[in-house]
Design a binder for this molecule. Sequence first.
Ligand code: THU
Length: 135
Amino acid sequence: MNYKDLVKTALKYRENAYSPYSNFKVGAAVLFESGKVYGGCNIENASFGATNCAERSAIFKGVSEGENKILAIAIVGSLEEYTYPCGICRQVISEFGDENIKVILAKNEEDYIVKDMSEILPGAFTKGDLERNNK
Ligand code: THU
């Protein structure tokens, strides 16, 4: 799947956002190594801390189906500016791939930029940190 199609999928899932508190809709689409794509939206809660971001909704769907390596993720929040993933989502994205994961930030299917994971989460804490220090 190309980046434009991934953005289209993120836009589609953005429509399913459950965001009555922030009124901020976010959609995400994740391409895994298998070639399969999983979409997700943000899901808010009256207990605000229980809110789940679009990126994690999509990732958790894929991982629940047996996926474990992310190649790319497209994110559409605001349609006026690029919406970057929050810190928690950056950490979760980095758990399932390497520094070359492509993060596609889109306003729409014609207007997007592509970042490497290493650019938006330099010095990530990874399983390697635990392995090296748990001997
Ligand atoms: N949100 C996401 O879904 N992804 C992000 O990376 C940024 C924030 C959602 C969470 C909440 O529903 C709303 O945007 C406002 O924070």
